[in-house]
Write a protein that binds this ligand. Structure first.
Ligand SMILES: [Fe+2]
Length: 343
């Protein structure tokens, strides 16, 4: 009977292209971004100490920045040879999406001419199965389901590069504020038509907690660098899609900016939406841009994120978000629950 149910569940999920279904109950997820292959990567050992079942790479997993696939491969090989990363993979499943530098071009979008070749390499580096649905469409967006009903975690990995239109210049580059403005042309897209359509079907999949990995920050209010706020209409579309689909349990994790922070959006008619940014694994930034949705400060040195889920808590699952430093110590922390993340 149990096998039959899993089979039926698999069929249902295939309709919406959720993939790699496992009945493992997920309690610990680590995540990070911005990982220079040219720097030491001792932080992997501190991540291993946390015993995560999953590690989510949120982009800039290497600094490729090239249209030459031989060079990109060599840089990926440097990552694959890092002893700490090899050690991590022994007991932790690695899931990944990309950002600009591993995609192949700084701040790049759909105009990058080698996106198909770069995708092939990416799928190889991250051991994507030959039968993966990820190979059936353009871009690398995908999703995963773990755990039985009542303890089901959905992980949605967005591709914010393959379909993204060009950014809009603000014309200035000040100390801690970058040069990009907010595009007013509402035809510009972050995800592209097909990925948006797919995402809507994903948000209707039965799950208790949904972790959406986006390489660039969703909620960062405005720092002039890259983020969903470059296209405010697309950021708004994401928030409205959560309301429209009545998807419970959504939270976002992001990277890219070379500092860690936690943002929370509170809006009438919606539960609190979190965006937990862990960046970078190997290096930090000298300053953080303004962000009115930031809670609890920010952290400028190398860091990684942790999500811990206590499914046995008295009033339903308790969820803890942490940002940990290169020694494994907690620098930022937010707690919520399945109950709070629901309509
Ligand atoms: Fe980036």
């Amino acid at each position: 009977m149990k096998r039959l149910l899993i089979f039926l569940f698999a069929i249902t999920c295939n309709v919406v292209n959720a993939q790699q279904i496992s009945n493992d109950v997920i309690e610990k997820i680590a995540f990070g971004s911005c990982n220079s292959q040219d720097r030491p990567q001792e932080i992997w050992y501190k991540i291993i100490d946390q015993k995560p079942q999953l590690f989510i790479f949120l982009g800039d997993n290497i600094y490729g920045d090239t249209e030459d696939m031989d060079i990109l491969k060599k840089k990926y090989d440097q990552l694959l040879e890092k002893p700490g990363y090899i050690e991590l993979k022994k007991n932790t499943k690695v899931l990944a999406t990309w950002d600009d530098h591993d995609y192949g071009v700084n701040d790049g979008g759909k105009e990058y001419p080698k996106k198909a070749e770069s995708k092939e390499l990416f799928l190889k580096v991250f051991d994507e199965p030959a039968v993966s649905e990820r190979r059936n469409h353009e871009g690398i967006y995908t999703s995963y389901l773990y755990g039985p009903k009542g303890k089901r975690v959905q992980i949605i990995m967005l591709d914010t590069r393959t379909f993204r239109d060009s950014l809009c210049w603000a014309g200035k580059d000040e100390d801690c504020i970058g040069e990009y403005g907010k595009c007013t042309d509402t035809s510009k897209t972050m995800l592209g038509k097909e990925q948006w359509k797919w995402l809507e079907t994903q948000l209707k999949v039965d799950a208790d907690l949904r972790i959406i990995g986006t390489s660039t920050q969703l909620l960062q209010d405005f720092n002039g660098w890259e983020g969903w706020i470059n296209m405010p209409h697309e950021r708004e579309r994401m928030i409205k899609l959560i309301s429209k689909t009545k998807a419970n349990g959504v939270c976002f994790i992001s990277g890219d900016v070379h500092y860690g922070e936690m943002s929370v959006l509170k809006r009438k008619g919606l539960y609190p939406i979190y965006d937990i940014t862990a960046s970078g694994l190997t290096h930090g930034h000298s300053c953080a841009g303004p962000n009115i949705l930031r809670v609890g400060g920010c952290y400028m040195q190398p860091n990684f994120g942790m999500i811990t889920i206590n499914w046995e808590a008295k009033n339903g699952p308790q969820i803890t978000f942490e940002l940990r430093d290169a020694k494994g110590e907690v620098k930022l922390k937010q707690e919520t629950s399945g109950k709070q993340l629901s309509f």
